[in-house]
Design a protein around this ligand. Sequence first.
Ligand SMILES: NC(=O)c1ccc[n+]([C@@H]2O[C@H](COP(=O)([O-])OP(=O)(O)OC[C@H]3O[C@@H](n4cnc5c(N)ncnc54)[C@H](O)[C@@H]3O)[C@@H](O)[C@H]2O)c1
Length: 252
Amino acid sequence: MQLLTNKIAIITGGGSGIGAATCLAFAQAGAKVVVAGRTLSKVQTIADQIQTGGGQALAVEVDVSQGADVQRMIASTLTHFGGLDLLFNNAAISPAGRITEISEAEWDECMAIDLRSVFLGAKYAIPELQKRGGGLILNTAGTLGIRPCRNKAAYAAAKAGVINLTRAIALDYAPDKVRCNVICPGFVETPLTAGFAGEAREEFLAGYQPLPGLIQAEEVAALAVYLASDAARMITGQSFVIDGGQQAGINQ
Ligand SMILES: NC(=O)c1ccc[n+]([C@@H]2O[C@H](COP(=O)([O-])OP(=O)(O)OC[C@H]3O[C@@H](n4cnc5c(N)ncnc54)[C@H](O)[C@@H]3O)[C@@H](O)[C@H]2O)c1
């Protein structure tokens, strides 16, 4: 018996980075995986990879900021796999800018993709989890949702919202054995951070992250597998930081 045998999971942002690594790790742990994301070709590639390895996967195109899309994603899951046990709200964008520099439209877009998506995902997934006698809503926030850095105002605000929404969901649905937790990564090597490389990145990390080395998407995925498993059945409403020690103190 593997950690996630027969669990049916949706992972958003599944076409790249942490989402793709988690899709592969969930499938490896025995889950049936819905790889969901904005670009069908990217999520299809990951779903194909799972199926080639002998796992079960379905690719679904979704804009996580749109309620009708999210409902369609969940309906496709029910049709294809017959239920839902886990939703990983992981898709996001990470715009930069101080509030005097970003437009109202940029603020709204960040709130819609990074925070409204969690509301929508939970809103439409929870009734399905309740039908199965419980389940998990797992979210990705980030250490910037705990304490911001400069020049990331909208992102930091949205991710702070994700952390507190996680707690609210955990409290409201605990009686139904629906758990809700949030992972807060630090600086992870993914397409999201690919633009920041070379010497500038090394200099930044030297003053930012106590442990040497770059956090990998697979390491975040391993934490997600544990939180999705029955071994974590009494863990809810919690934030899990994976940041190489960055939040442990003030910058060295
Ligand atoms: N990489 C890091 O350093 C880091 C740090 C902290 C938090 N995070 C968080 O981790 C999560 C995954 O990011 P990543 O680093 O793997 O980057 P990524 O860019 O590879 O993943 C984000 C995914 O979300 C998808 N997406 C964006 N908008 C969407 C929409 N409207 N609908 C559906 N899908 C959409 C993208 O297509 C992409 O596949 C995000 O929530 C991000 O904020 C990343």
